[in-house]
Design a protein around this ligand. Structure first.
Ligand code: HEC
Length: 214
């Protein structure tokens, strides 16, 4: 194998001549395969160190100090801005008396997508007081057909949006925005009549409520 070794040496020398660096052997020899200790090219190392320094800067800017908005924050800000815009439109419509009406709310309560969105809102915000299925805890049972604040869809929408602050029901319009209040109203309307066992009925029965509030 000495001939092979000679040609190896020769080609290594030729390479060294080409790159201007001399090959340094580590002295490790694995069944005739020798290990060289060649330094990485300077440009490569500088690029590598550069990425490390960039990563540290990036980490501090976006995560530790959180000076810059992460992708998630940017996304959330955009969503919030879009929601605000949507709410302003809805509120402007409501101010002109062109807001959601009874029929629209009832239609929404039959729209599976709206009810599903409303269910998610309910799960996040309402279940502590109204129970996981609307059966009532400190807040009334929403699955019966007895009402404290009226039996109409619009009544529910108003109560949810404006709250009953002295009784502990928060006003959700400012917290959730008009669009989510519509969705959660759709979900609440859909709960009605399920009559789940929970908090005993409060308020007046549906027909009486309709008479009281024509
Ligand atoms: C902190 C507790 C609490 C939370 C959270 C809460 N509610 Fe209520 N809610 C109440 C109470 C208490 C009442 C009864 C108010 C009264 O006695 O006039 C009520 C009443 C209502 C009513 C009127 C029921 C009727 O019989 O007329 C609806 C509808 C309702 N809540 C929906 C919701 C929805 C939807 C959410 C979530 C977005 C929610 N509530 C979150 C406590 C709460």
């Amino acid at each position: 194998m000495s001939g092979g070794e000679n040609t190896d040496r020769a080609s290594a020398k030729a390479q060294a001549g080409a790159t201007g660096t001399a090959d340094v052997e580590t002295g490790h020899d694995y069944d005739g395969i020798r290990e060289f200790d060649n330094p990485l090219p300077r440009w490569w190392l500088m690029t590598f160190y550069g990425t490390v320094i960039f990563a540290i800067g990036y980490w501090f800017y976006y995560h530790t100090a959180a000076t810059g908005d992460s992708q998630m924050t940017t996304y959330q800000k955009e969503i919030i801005a879009a929601q605000k815009e949507e709410d302003q439109k809805l509120q402007a419509l409501e101010a002109q008396g062109k807001g959601v009406n009874e029929e629209q709310l009832l239609a929404l309560s039959k729209d599976a997508a709206a009810v599903a969105r409303g269910a998610a809102v309910f799960k996040q915000n309402c279940l502590a007081c109204h129970g996981d299925r609307g059966q009532g805890v400190v807040g009334p049972n929403l699955t019966d057909r007895y009402f404290l604040h009226g039996a109409k869809a619009k009544d529910a929408y108003q109560v949810i949006g404006n709250g009953v602050l002295d009784k502990g029901m928060p006003a959700w319009r400012t917290i959730l925005g008009a669009a989510k209040v519509q969705d959660v109203t759709a979900f609440v309307l859909e709960l009605r009549g399920k009559n789940l066992p929970g908090k005993p009925a409060e308020g007046v029965a549906e027909d009486e409520a309709a008479r009281a509030k024509p």
